[in-house]
Design a protein around this ligand. Structure first.
Ligand code: TZP
Ligand code: MG
Length: 209
C-alpha cells in the first residue's frame, strides 16, 4: 500500500494548549490536507493512550488517513494501527518490524547518516530526519541536521524520507527542494489558530509544481 508522507502531523498535547481537543485538532488538520498522523503521547496512562488511540483511529479510518503510534508497540498492536514510529532509544527497528508484521509501517527517527543506513537495513518503512532546525518542541535532542545535509540523506538511502523539526511555512519550500518525501510538523499545525488553514497552506506549497 502506498503511503503519502507529504504532510505528516505529529501530535503534542502540550503544544495544543488549554481547552482544545486533540482529536478535533487532528481532524481539522486532516480536513486541511494532512496525509498521515502520528499519535505521540509521553505521559498518558496506558489506558488513556489506548482509548485515545482507538477513538482517533475510528475518525481517521473514515477520512482515509493512516495512523501511526509513537513508541508504544503494545498500543499500536492493540488498536491495529497502521504503523509504529520508534526513536533511537526505543525498541530496535528489526524487533518492531517482526512484531508489527511485514505489512505495517515502521518509522525510525534518525539524526545521522549511519543511523539512517542502519534503520533502512533493519527494515524501516521510512526515516524521520531531524531536527532539521532548532525547535522548542523537542529540546532533549541532537544537533540540527540543517537543510543542506538532507540531500546527503537522500543520496545515501532508498526508502521514503520525512524531515522534522522547526519546519514551517517559511522554510517548507527549501526543505522540499532537497527531495524529501514529506515533512513532519508539530507546532506549525498544533499551535496554529486556524489548524485547517495552516494545513491547507502547507500542502499547497508542498504539492505545487
Ligand atoms: N523529533 C525531532 S524534532 C521533533 C520531534 C518529535 C519536534 C518537531 O516539532 P516542531 O514543532 O514541528 O518543530
Ligand atoms: Mg520515541
Amino acid at each position: 500500500v502506498a503511503v503519502d508522507y507529504s504532510l505528516y502531523l505529529v501530535t503534542d498535547r502540550d503544544i495544543l494548549g488549554e481547552g482544545r481537543d486533540l482529536i478535533q485538532a487532528v481532524c481539522d488538520a486532516v480536513r486541511g490536507g494532512v496525509t498521515l498522523v502520528q499519535l505521540r503521547e509521553k505521559r498518558l496512562s496506558s489506558r488513556d493512550f489506548y482509548n485515545l488511540a482507538l477513538a482517533l483511529k475510528k475518525k481517521l479510518v473514515s477520512m482515509n488517513v493512516p495512523l501511526i503510534i509513537n513508541d508504544r508497540l503494545d498500543i499500536a498492536l492493540a488498536i491495529d494501527a497502521d504503523g509504529l514510529h520508534v526513536g533511537q532509544e526505543d525498541l530496535p527497528v528489526n524487533i518492531a518490524r517482526s512484531l508489527m508484521g511485514p505489512e505495517k509501517i515502521v518509522g525510525l527517527s534518525v539524526n545521522t547518516l549511519e543511523q539512517a543506513r542502519e534503520g533502512e537495513q533493519a527494515g524501516a518503512s521510512y526515516l524521520g530526519i531531524g531536527p532539521v532546525f532548532y525547535t522548542q518542541t523537542k529540546t532533549d535532542i541532537d544537533e540540527p541536521v540543517g537543510v543542506e545535509k538532507l540531500k546527503l540523506f537522500k543520496k545515501n538511502t532508498s526508502i521514503p524520507l520525512v524531515a522534522i523539526g522547526g519546519i514551517n511555512l517559511n522554510n517548507l519550500e527549501d526543505v522540499k527542494q532537497t527531495g524529501m518525501d514529506g515533512v513532519a510538523i508539530v507546532s506549525g499545525l498544533m499551535a496554529a489558530q486556524d489548524v485547517t488553514g495552516a494545513a491547507r497552506e502547507m500542502i499547497n506549497i508542498w504539492k505545487k509544481n
